[in-house]
Design a protein around this ligand. Structure first.
Ligand code: B1M
Length: 213
């Protein structure tokens, strides 16, 4: 019932209602993943309408805000243990790109799986990513790109890591709708993850294991 209510208000872009119902859902023991599934399945529908010019940027933006309102409630619940970390991840959406829903989901999953995450937000310049890797001595750099026109920024960031001589120190993980395994190979990223759920699994398989703080 509560999932249906969340779905209804989400489709109508009512952020406050979505926030309130997500809080209520948590109190009533609803699984966070069930709420995320309700939200993401509608985002796919929305994408088709957007592509077909049935809805426009303002409507999409309103729903995106409602999505992030739910994630803000769910994120602290997914906070990692205070006694261990699997490493530091720098995350952001590449320069020129304002899409942050997928990136926020990836962040939430990483945190929930014990990674320390530094979120640089959206429209992140290659230089900013590289500086953050150095400043935080990060083990992983996670870049999200949703536009075919901004994917190139992933390559530019990796090239800059090479130029600064730190490419080997950081594991580069990329994702986002237009990104593929082949693209990851082409730009010499270490890995591509198809969805937020597979990111932590992939990193843990690659040896990012728990370190006691
Ligand atoms: Co934009 N947009 N948008 N948009 N938008 C797309 C991406 C588009 C495919 C829509 C379409 O035409 N069908 C299209 C891109 C076409 C292309 O390049 N091939 C598009 C366009 C064209 C644009 C504008 C140019 C439109 C315009 O202004 N005329 C403009 C660009 C603005 C900019 O960024 N500079 C624009 C604007 C916007 C809004 C601001 C209105 C809004 C974003 C709001 C926000 O994010 N806060 C928006 C939205 C919401 C979308 C759609 C509808 C939904 C994206 C989304 O959030 N999906 C999208 C259509 C679509 O994707 N179906 C579309 C839900 C989310 C959970 O999925 O982000 O794919 P996604 O994340 C997935 C995976 O990709 C993966 O995990 C998630 C699932 O678990 N993932 C990673 C993502 N990042 C990852 C990183 C990883 C690993 C996995 O490791 C690091």
């Amino acid at each position: 019932m509560i999932l249906q209510e969340i779905s209804y208000f989400f489709k109508h872009g009512q952020s406050e209602k979505v926030r309130e119902l997500t809080l209520r859902g948590m109190a009533e023991g609803v699984m966070p993943s069930d709420i995320v599934n309700v939200l993401t399945s509608y985002m796919t529908e929305l994408g088709i309408k957007f592509k077909n010019n049935e809805i426009f940027v303002p409507e999409v933006l309103i729903v995106a805000r409602a999505f992030n309102a739910a994630i803000e409630v769910l994120e602290p619940i997914m906070e990692p243990s205070k006694v261990y970390t699997r490493g530091t991840v720098i995350i952001g959406t590449v320069e020129g790109d304002l899409h942050d829903i997928g990136k926020n989901l990836v962040k939430m999953m990483l945190k929930g799986n014990g990674f320390h995450v530094v979120d640089l937000g959206v429209d992140v310049k290659p230089e900013t990513f590289v500086q953050a890797v150095i400043t935080h001595n990060a083990q992983v750099l996670a870049m999200s790109a949703l536009l075919t026109t901004t994917m190139i920024k992933i390559k530019e960031t990796i090239d800059l890591l090479v130029k600064r001589g730190i490419r080997q120190q950081v594991y580069v993980l990329i994702g986002g709708a237009p990104v593929t395994t082949n693209y990851a190979k082409e730009v010499r990223a270490d890995a591509y993850a198809r969805d937020a759920g597979s990111v932590s699994e992939l990193l843990i398989k690659r040896g990012f294991s728990k370190k006691v703080l």
